[in-house]
Structure formats: C-alpha cells, structure tokens
Design a protein around this ligand. Structure first.
Ligand SMILES: O=C([S-])c1cc(C(=O)S)c[n+]([C@@H]2O[C@H](COP(=O)(O)O)[C@@H](O)[C@H]2O)c1
Ligand code: NI
Length: 391
C-alpha cells in the first residue's frame, strides 16, 4: 500500500503543497494537462528551485495578470470545475476542497457558500493550486494520505478585509475538529487554501509505520527562523489495501407527519441530484409515533443540495449530518455466455481473492423480457456459467 505523509512543520499553503507533491514525483506534465483544461487565461504557473536553510526545494508561483480577471463566486467556480473536462477524480477532489473553503469563508462572512466571493487574483491562484494539487495526488496514486498536526503561526495578516488575526478566520473555521498548534512565530504559516486541502483529503496522525521510499520539499515564500518548507514523505507498507476508502457524507431525518406516498418522488429527486444511496427504515419515534427514517449517502460536494431537497420536499425540521468513510471491496465485471444470451457477473475481491460473484440483475431482467423466460431461470443459468468458468 502506498502512503503519502504531509509533514507541515512550517504550516501549509496551496503553493507549498503543490510544490512538495511535484518534488516528490507527481507528474508535472499531467498537472499542466489538467490545468490547461480550465477556462482560465492570463496566468502562468512557474516552477523554480530555491534553497531554504540549506535545503533544496521546489517553489511554485502562480503569476496572475491582476486587471484581466473576472470576479468569481463559488457557484461560478463549481460550474467551471464540473464542465471543463477534468479527469473525474481530479474534478471531484477539487470541488470537495473548494466547497469546504467556500463553506468556511461563508460562515465567517455570514453568507451562503454559493454566494462567497473569491477575490479576483486569489480566485485564480486558489483554483490553480487546488486543481494542481488534486491532479498531482491523482498522478502519485497513493492509497492513504496522512498529515501531521498543523502549525498555524500567530500574530496578524493583512488582506483585502484589513488586518486579521492568525490563524485567519477562514483557516480557524477549517481547523474545527483537527489538530493544530503555534510555536509563537509571528507570521501566517497556514493559509485557508492549505487548511482546506489537508482537512479535506488527509487523516491526521504521527508518521505511520512504513518503509520510506521518497520525499519532496515545497518552499514557502517568506524567510523564517526555521526552514520554511512543507515536506511530503512517500512510503510503502506490506499490507495490501483490502478495500478502497472514499470520504462520504450521511444525511438523516426522522419523519412522522408526511404523506408516505411522497417518499418515492423524493427518493428519485435525491438520486437525480447526487445521492449514492437512499434508504427508508421504519422507526418508533417519541410519543409512540411510528415514523420513517430517511438516510442519504452522498459525496461532500452534493451534501448541501441534498439537505436543501430534504428540507424543501419533506416535513422535517432538522437533519443529522455525519462524515463517513465508505469502504468498498475492489470490484469488476466479467461477461459469461448463457443459452439465453450474455450476462455480466459482478465480482468482488478481498485481498486478491474472489469472495462474491453475482449475476447483474439488469442483464438478467433484460434477457428474461427478451426471451420470455422466468427471471430466476436466467439468473441460475448465469450462475452456472460462472461456476463452470472458474472451475
Ligand atoms: O480575502 C479574503 S475573503 C480573505 C479571507 C480570509 C479569512 O480568513 S476570512 C483570509 N484571507 C487571507 O488571504 C490570503 C490568501 O489565502 P489563500 O488561502 O488564498 O492562499 C491569506 O493570507 C489569508 O489569510 C483572505
Ligand atoms: Ni472577502
């Protein structure tokens, strides 16, 4: 299993993270190809080598032509990311990071995330950093991402709003639930973009046990009493990744006062707007009322939209929202030939061994309709064909 560890002893910013990942072996060509898909002009991504306290590191600078950039709200940036043809994994990770950033900025400024305005130059810088980081992570193909606790810095920082305390309010909002510290160095070490990336993609821990196979250093812009660097440590463990882990969000509500006929319509709408799964369970609620618990599994970037649907379409007054890890067995499909036609078999593996193989229901159903044969006969024929094949 391949591991990446972000060692953030001098904090983290978008530029430092991208530089460290490239220095650790991410493909610059792939990163530039993904960035070229964005409809952004008048910026340049520059990579230079610098030395910080005697350590050679990569320095990333996004040069933006200040006067040529339109104003961008989060909803414009989200639409841009979704519609420019990015590799799906890069798009989903970038959108998830940007959404967290917009939610944090929105909370600080008292606005809805969609309405958060990213200042012109900052918007391009953040988009390039975030999409570049997602592309670099995709190219490195690590199974698990970890980060050290985050060094924030202290004092004050000057920005568009005037002088703000460090950690900046958006950074502090992003740090909710994550380990952070300051050693009294009076400067901003952790930026909102750096915090958004790490708190979205990484688990926080000390360096996990692994065989170290590489490293990379990304430079910060300021000169500090210590080396202003972010270090990525690459490693391998013998353990094979038994399953794929994805971050997900669960939304839940208990409903006891709605016409049950509505559930089918609402479930369809939730699936159309990004639900990965919707389940309904009978529950016994307070005052001895029978009710229904609706539970929606989704990716973080769709959670707000789906919560809106639950509020507007059901009678619930509240929603429980949890972050969840979705563990999935690696799966693949293989076609078998039956006397009725071809059927795909869905195969799940654990540690390289097949532990589940089931005929694809839709294929069986189509053949049952086409050949006017009982569904159970087709299903059995597909199972027999698969058993023959693995013998
Ligand atoms: O301009 C805005 S809206 C702004 C808000 C905040 C808050 O914390 S609120 C902070 N900042 C500062 O801007 C720079 C750039 O941060 P990046 O993450 O885009 O690199 C940084 O110094 C923030 O503290 C700006
Ligand atoms: Ni602002």
């Amino acid at each position: 299993m391949k591991i990446l560890y972000f060692d953030c002893f001098a904090g983290a910013s978008g530029d430092m993270l991208l530089a460290a990942l490239l220095d650790a072996g991410a493909s610059e060509e792939f990163v530039r190809e993904e960035l070229a898909k964005l409809p952004l002009t008048d910026y340049e991504l520059q990579l230079t080598r610098v030395v910080k306290k005697g350590i050679s590191a990569l320095n990333v600078t996004v040069d933006v032509a200040e006067d040529k950039q339109p104003h961008r709200h989060f909803k414009d940036i989200a639409a841009m990311l979704q519609n420019c043809g990015l590799t799906p994994e890069v798009m989903e990770m970038s959108l998830g990071i940007f959404r967290r950033l917009a939610e944090a900025e929105g909370k600080v400024h008292g606005k809805e995330p969609e309405a958060v305005h990213f200042h012109e130059v900052g918007a391009v810088d953040s988009i390039v950093d975030i999409v570049g980081i997602a592309a670099a992570l995709f190219s490195l193909g690590a199974d698990r991402l970890y980060s050290s606790a985050l060094h924030t810095g202290s004092g004050f920082v000057r920005c568009a709003h005037g002088e703000l305390p460090v950690p900046a309010p958006a950074t502090l909002e992003l740090l909710n639930g994550f380990p952070a510290y300051s050693r009294g160095i009076e400067t901003e070490l952790l930026t909102p973009t750096g915090a958004a990336v790490l708190t979205t993609v990484a688990e926080f821990s000390h360096l996990p046990a692994m065989t170290v196979t590489g490293n990379g250093y990304g430079a910060g812009k300021k000169d500090l009493p210590m080396a202003n660097l972010l270090r990525v440590i690459v490693g391998e463990t013998k353990e094979k990744s038994a399953y794929v882990t994805e971050k997900a969000v669960v939304l839940e509500a208990n409903i006891d006062d709605m016409n049950p006929e509505f559930f089918s319509y609402i479930t369809g709408k939730l699936f159309d707007c990004g639900a990965l799964d919707v389940t309904l369970q009978p529950v016994q609620m307070k005052k001895n009322r029978p009710g229904t618990m609706i539970s929606v599994l989704t990716k973080a970037e769709h959670a707000e939209d789906l919560a809106q649907i639950l509020f507007s379409e059901t009678t619930t007054l509240g929603i429980r929202r949890f972050k969840a890890d979705k563990l999935m067995l690696p799966r693949r499909r293989q076609e078998v030939e039956t006397e009725y036609g071809p059927v795909r078999i869905k195969i799940a593996e654990l540690n390289g061994e097949i532990i589940n193989a089931a005929p694809e229901y839709e294929d069986c159903r189509n053949l049952a309709e086409k050949t006017n044969t009982p569904l159970k006969t087709i299903y059995q024929a597909a199972q027999n064909a698969w058993n023959q094949q693995i013998k």
